[in-house]
Design a protein around this ligand. Structure first.
Ligand code: MN
Length: 254
């Protein structure tokens, strides 16, 4: 299948840690172009294909220090995220999902047809896999470039204005959830948030679009180091965003 081929290539690029090289080749080669052709659908299911099972982290637990401490990374990945993956596997068995025929991306796009357990754990698993790959070792003055920066400046006026809006989305999400940068159906970049483990791929979500960047604002993501100071966690987190990976998720921004 054409779609699978593209996804395999995409997985390879991301797994090989060569997103920056891929970005240099041009954005158009990366995403699923088959999906873009469906853009007249009311809620086309675009976005990154992620397997049903947990992938190894592509860096160590200490790699994101001092922004995210090793203990938080270890518990977050090996306990919290692992539990979502296991519970997703249980739900998939119970609800007879043929994972060889239906992608996780497609399942999330039709999540209203499944149980609450599927919604919480399918989202939980997808969101964390997406999140891990969005980060790398901290750098000061970390910011995007090229087409991604242009798209951000077009829709938010400036990178700083975007950061403020995204930070506010994370700060103001009451309870647990995620802040997102998404590309909508009409190729506009939008910031928003989702509750619990929902995400913008879900048909039940108020915020819909192709996720480009997501931030976990559950307390388990920051409490050991930042305690109640969620804004401090978000402000520090900007240093570990892997903008090359985010750029690779942007499709045809023209
Ligand atoms: Mn989490």
């Amino acid at each position: 299948m054409k779609k699978n081929k593209q996804n395999t290539r995409r997985e390879f690029l991301v797994n090989a840690g060569k997103a920056s090289m891929a970005a240099g080749l041009g954005m158009a080669v990366l995403p699923s172009l088959a999906a873009v052709k469906n853009s007249n659908a009311s809620h086309p299911i675009l976005g990154e294909e992620i397997p049903y099972t947990q992938r190894p982290l592509n860096y160590s637990y200490t790699s994101l220090e001092p922004v995210i401490d090793a203990m938080t990374m270890e518990i977050h990945y090996s306990k919290h995220a692992a539990a979502y993956a296991k519970n997703l596997a249980d739900a998939v068995t119970a609800e007879k999902v043929d994972t060889s025929a239906q992608s996780l991306l497609n399942l999330l796009g039709n999540i209203s047809k499944y149980s609450g357990k599927m919604r919480n754990n399918g989202g939980g698993h997808y969101n964390h896999e997406f999140f891990w790959r969005s980060m790398r070792a901290a750098t000061e003055d970390n910011k995007p470039s090229g087409d991604l920066l242009k798209a951000i400046e077009k829709d938010f006026s400036s990178f700083d204005a975007f950061k403020t809006q995204f930070t506010d989305a994370g700060k103001n999400r009451f309870g647990s959830g995620w802040a997102w940068l998404v590309m909508t159906n009409d190729k506009k970049l939008v910031v928003g948030s989702t509750p619990n483990q929902d995400n913008p791929l879900m048909d039940i979500s108020d915020l819909k679009g192709t996720p480009l960047l997501g931030l976990d604002v559950w307390e388990h993501a920051y409490y050991l180091k930042y305690q109640n100071r969620r804004p401090d966690y978000i402000n520090a987190w900007w240093k570990v965003v892997d903008w090359n990976v985010v750029a690779g998720r942007l499709y045809d921004p023209s």
